[in-house]
Design a protein around this ligand. Sequence first.
Ligand SMILES: Cc1cc2nc3c(=O)[nH]c(=O)nc-3n(C[C@H](O)[C@H](O)[C@H](O)COP(=O)(O)OP(=O)(O)OC[C@H]3O[C@@H](n4cnc5c(N)ncnc54)[C@H](O)[C@@H]3O)c2cc1C
Length: 392
Amino acid sequence: MRLVFFIKPTFYKGCIMSQVFDQHHTDKMPLPMVAKIKFMNHVNDEHQDELALFVEAFADTKLSNDMAVVVAEVYSNGLLLEASVQNVEALPNHKVEMLSDGISQFFIEFENVIDETITLKSQYINLLQVASKKLGKLAIKQQERYFTVIDGYYASPNMFRLVVAAPADTPLNYAGYAYLFEMNTDVSISHNSAAASEKLQRYYTLRKAWQDAETQQIQGWVDIYIHGDTSGGNWARAVQAGTQLKSVHDYPERIAHLNDGQCLLLCDETSMPTVANLLENWQNPIAPIVIVMTNDGAELSYLQELELSQTLAEINSFKQDNIVHILNTPSIDLPDAIVSAIDTRLEDGSILIEKVWGALSAADAKILRRQLKTKFDLSRQDMVMKVYWRTS
Ligand SMILES: Cc1cc2nc3c(=O)[nH]c(=O)nc-3n(C[C@H](O)[C@H](O)[C@H](O)COP(=O)(O)OP(=O)(O)OC[C@H]3O[C@@H](n4cnc5c(N)ncnc54)[C@H](O)[C@@H]3O)c2cc1C
């Protein structure tokens, strides 16, 4: 027997409420589109933490950490989530009961039914926003943001820095705050008319932001890894001072778990901006261990030259001891190299990793997410391993 909970997140007088619906009140139609398979594979592989968030927010049920929650089906009006409930740690007002086969299903209803004008992506993001707001967490925002380019230069051999004037409400100290930039501007890809007709978008992180003392303007850095002749790199190098950049999403990384405990940070060139910002603002009294993979050894200067937070600056030789570099070459198995670098650093047995944040390629993130979660016995909340790029 399986138990199905029908949950519709709704707004009521400015509050967000969850209502559990009876099966008879829900008109379920599986979505016929091919894209749903891609969506399900992607979310089930990389965003299980968000699915657990939906269950927690809309069913008032906290799922235990060793439990997987997946999208079992996508309907035009909602998602059917499936979770094993053997180890459920229900909140006081829980609605989940133990079942004989240890599986529970939760139907999370979309705000709007998907049709030609309403996309699955928009409804998923809406669920994410409502769930995050309900649980007091920051979430992706679908909003237009405009930045004006002030300058551009290389911050390290392959990291091209755009200095920008940013909107007044830009977060000044949030490491890992990214924007989805649109590149179909006049200057970016005009040499390629086929590509120009597509919507070309790339995520880049706000490396740092500050208020200019003279003008009071908010300014920031956006650092773009240049890896050959690619759209993102070409766009960044082509923009001129005065060019307006448009972003359509704000995306805050999940970093709150790094506030305490022994942390391990993993980055490559694409996630170095987040790690650099984390190290500049680090308040956790326990210094993190940082594993950084770059394709060019000289790229390490990007992290070695930054000004550490006061907490880290007081630690003797933090940069030498705690920033471990791996030179990425085509012949190495990167996940293996990362695990052995961690083992070497932890050799004396005095350090126990309690939290992880990392962002890498899809293939490496998938392997390391599983390996490190098991190796350090980490909970879903304490293990964030993001995909920042994928091999095409
Ligand atoms: C939330 C978030 C924040 C991000 N922040 C940053 C940031 O601050 N700075 C930054 O540089 N990137 C960042 N990225 C990664 C960036 O969005 C991707 O690397 C993006 O695909 C680059 O676009 P592109 O046009 O250069 O390459 P694409 O057109 O995506 O790909 C072209 C080719 O390059 C390969 N490729 C893509 N990325 C890499 C890579 N890193 N190394 C080697 N090969 C690659 C692809 O497999 C493909 O073969 C972020 C990603 C996310 C999700």
